[in-house]
Design a protein around this ligand. Structure first.
Ligand code: ATP
Ligand code: MG
Length: 181
């Protein structure tokens, strides 16, 4: 059974309020690079990639590349016009994700913080579901971010909820180099 399904592409969701969602996705990159797999990471919310992963991925550049899509979200947007600008950019980002997914160039595609983009109303939840349902059979698709929609959880093959038990931030300990950034 396991042998028969060796090439089944999985839809993987890392969600929840605890730390480790993007870290887990980056862990897949390290493991998959060991098999010379090709991986694309698209980030939907600006500012959440850190120096460490940007530089670390450069060391794996033959296998992994990262790209920022859309304008992301730049904070609390109370200006409608600005929100629409972000919305348009995020939608274009999803279209770019579609091209990447169907390009045939990648074994694994990671849509980092896409759940956040959906949660903020920047990207249409149904458009994401449609994309996930139609992805190429062999492609592994990873979607991260808090507040994953129940409909996405329903159709995914692997869903892990990172649950905060303890975080140093609660004790006032600031983000640590190599762990947080
Ligand atoms: P990481 O990138 O460390 O795996 P994440 O992807 O699970 O975190 P995000 O929601 O993307 O979490 O959080 C972005 C930033 O907030 C990260 O730099 C992370 O260190 C920090 N963070 C994540 N979870 C928590 C938490 N429960 N309390 C405080 N800070 C957190
Ligand atoms: Mg993250």
């Amino acid at each position: 059974m396991a042998e028969k399904n060796q090439d089944k592409g999985l839809t993987i969701v890392y969600t929840g309020n605890g730390k480790g969602k993007t870290t887990a996705a980056l862990g897949i990159c390290v493991r998959a690079a060991g098999y010379r797999k090709k991986i694309k990471i698209l980030q939907f919310v600006k500012g959440s990639w850190k120096y460490g992963e940007l530089e670390g991925i450069k060391l794996l550049k033959d296998f992994v590349d990262m790209e920022q899509v859309g304008e992301g979200f730049v904070g609390i947007v109370d200006d409608n016009k600005e929100f629409e600008v972000h919305q348009k950019a995020a939608r274009e980002g999803l279209e770019h994700a579609r091209q990447v997914i169907f390009s045939g160039e990648y074994d694994i595609v990671i849509l980092d913080e896409l759940n956040i983009a959906v949660d903020l109303g920047l990207v249409d939840a149904d458009a994401v579901l449609e994309l996930v349902k139609s992805k190429p059979e062999a492609l592994h698709l990873v979607i991260t971010g808090r507040n994953a929609r129940p409909e996405l959880i329903e159709i995914a093959d692997l869903v892990t909820e990172m649950k905060e038990i303890k975080h140093p931030y609660q004790k006032g300990v600031l983000a640590q180099r190599a762990i947080d950034w």
